[in-house]
Write a protein of this length. Structure first.
Length: 28
């Protein structure tokens, strides 16, 4: 797997996880 793709995926996950958690907590 390309290191750039892996790094971009990790960056996207780091951005998505807090956003999803915030939405889940605000809706709950």
């Amino acid at each position: 797997m390309n290191a750039r793709i892996l790094g971009l995926a990790a960056f996207a996950v780091c951005l998505a996880v807090p956003a999803v958690a915030a939405v889940a907590l605000s809706d709950a």
